[in-house]
Design a protein around this ligand. Sequence first.
Ligand code: FUB
Length: 452
Amino acid sequence: MERNSHIKGRGIRIAAAIAIAGTWTANAQNPIIHDQFTADPTARVFEGKMYLYPSHDIPSPVERLEEWFCMADYHVFSSFDLTDWEDHGVILTQDSIPWVEPGSYAMWAPDCVSKNGKYYFYFPAAPKGHERGFSIGVAVADSPAGPFTPLDEPIEGVRGIDPCVLIDDDGRSYIFWSGMGLSGAPLADDMTHLAGTPVKIEGLPEGFKEGPFAFKREGRYYLTFPWVREKEGTETLAYAMSDLPLGPYEFKGIIMDESPTGCWTNHHSIVDYEGDWYLFYHHNDYSPEMDKRRSARIDRISFNADGSINKVTPTLRGVGVTDARRHIELDRYSAISPDGAAIDFINPDNKFEGWKTILKDKDAWVRYDRVDFGSKPAGNIGMRVRSRGGASLKVAAGDPDRVIATVTIPATGEEWMEISSPVEYSPAGIADLTVTLCYGSSAEIDWAAFDL
Ligand code: FUB
């Protein structure tokens, strides 16, 4: 389903309105994938491009999983700019793997690494038969987007979930997984067998649950993981450091606090892409009523000189620059006025249609940072809006007095409409946008875009 397919065939047009065609999707925001759930996001850089290997939460087709995790397959996504993501489609399904119980819907958090020109995709799943618990399998490909061929058997000696593989500078590989604590073991050169006895990783705090992600930076090993720090609490993201891949590790602290809205799990990966570090994590953005249907997000992460990690505050704005000439989803704001403004779903019955910004009171505002106007001045601003009794919006750049356009919305009742207004001043390059309600009882904004 296209993110903005709801636009087609709906809305009324006035004389000043222009037809805004197409199904543009400005993806430089959180969550990053807009047409399906994407949990447990493992990001890896292959051949200079960012690849994303998430779990694929789905509404459960079976009653026993209606309130639990339910996943039948994996997709892989890729992006050069962390803004536009290509969905390469399904790379593996539960029914295509010889050792996996058909209909188990337990394709939990995966990982993918590359060695000697091959791509190894690691995934937990429920083995055939009545055995409880998870095994971890491997599927192999010649390219990061597949096709992946699963091995006939899971990795011998590994029982658990959430595999993560670290390839060290000397070429040695290690696999970590969770289940009764955190285990790790060296991997054989073929990347599909253990090359040593698993060890329990020492030094992690009580409350470690799952989801390890290991990486090496400036000669030191990081083990990062979801951590429930309080009894009855939900998952934070935390980390420990060591001079050896399999530890012992020293606990260092929190990377991200618990979800403010109560999503119980968090699951992440941390990657360096073109010199900047990014935290991929998840939140139940499209499923606020049920936290087992999650969506991948990205925010920047940074390190101090001593190697410690600065805490990350989750944002809606995410990373990346939004092209001024594509849909700017103001509801993924950088800042919003504390009073008189709100965000809500456009269609509560289909949350993948996204959100709207509601400016209810005079002077309420929303700010959206990093919009790229390029070098050519914009001539008009289009907006998809509605306002029961009519309203006027001021669109400004950076300084709130630097007015880009004044947008007058006629009384639309309940209908959405696309309107176009002339631009008075066009910023050059990258600017932050602020939209303020100047008069009117209330205005709702789906998106804004210049020169569409
Ligand atoms: O996605 C299912 C499970 O939820 C993962 O394996 C855990 O890490 C948690 O995110």
